[in-house]
Design a protein around this ligand. Structure first.
Ligand code: IPE
Ligand code: IPE
Ligand code: MG
Length: 229
């Protein structure tokens, strides 16, 4: 496949687990389990393709409004998979990072996250950045408040330097699975000039082949950043 004009940083809004499960006559939690399994497959493939930074939307600031059983199951899965990723990615040289307000997560999950960050902090080539209790608006507010507290000027650059992604750049491409045409509070500041790719494929069925389709589409885009070509 076409590999020139490859995105350095790809953001993925992994949507559609619930609808996928429903289509199989199964509970939503089943969709979350199969969707979680799909993360490793797609992320591994993306790194093999040459993508260096992947930002995943796993749990939004707004997802707390779901039924308690669903939130509990998602938190359980996040802990299981984050632990698994630490094992796998420490061997592969991938730095794990989490964006979002982790103070609202259980102490055990916070511990797993800090452990993963610490064990992988020395890696510089690849980054897997996971949005957990993440909201783009909340992130901007956090950055601005930090600047105010420090008495620093608020500029486009200084805000950027105080986001969770301060050291990993902005997504060149944002993929959303599951057919909805919106960002749902994902990387609002960093996504100002991201190329957007929407697919109807539901997250549990989003395969490496589907990922390649997004890369091929991206390769044909003309990014102008406001200039004249
Ligand atoms: C995405 O799938 C996973 C999370 C938001 C945690 P959904 O759970 O939103 O699935 P749909 O959109 O209801 O199908
Ligand atoms: C976005 O999906 C959040 C994640 C994928 C984690 P949602 O399913 O929460 O988004 P809406 O509610 O359809 O906008
Ligand atoms: Mg959804």
């Amino acid at each position: 496949m076409e590999t020139n004009n490859l995105p350095h940083h790809v953001g993925i809004i992994m949507d559609g687990n619930g609808r996928w499960a429903k289509s199989k006559g199964k509970p939503r939690s089943y969709g979350h389990r199969v969707g979680s399994d799909n993360v490793e497959r797609v992320v591994t493939h993306a790194f093999e393709r040459g993508v260096k930074v992947i930002s995943l939307y796993a749990f939004s600031s707004e997802n707390w409004a779901r039924p308690k059983e669903e939130v509990d199951e998602l938190m359980r899965l996040l802990k299981v998979y984050f632990t698994k990723f630490i094992k796998k990615f420490t061997k592969k040289g991938v730095r794990l990072n989490v964006m979002g307000d982790i103070s609202a997560l259980t102490p055990e999950l916070q511990k797993v996250i800090l452990d993963g960050k610490q064990k992988t902090e020395k890696f510089t080539e690849y980054v897997l950045n996971i949005g957990m209790n993440y909201g783009g608006r909340q992130e901007i507010v956090m950055a601005v408040n930090k600047l105010i507290q420090e008495g620093k000027p608020i500029t486009v650059e200084s805000i950027s330097q105080n986001l969770y992604t301060f050291d990993m750049g902005e997504p060149d491409l944002i993929i959303r699975t599951g057919g909805e045409l919106r960002l749902s509070n994902f990387m609002l500041y960093q996504g100002a000039y991201s190329e957007l790719y929407f697919t109807d494929v539901l997250w549990p069925e989003f395969s490496p082949k589907e990922f390649d389709l997004a890369l091929t589409d991206y390769a044909g885009r003309k990014r102008r950043f406001g200039k004249v070509q």
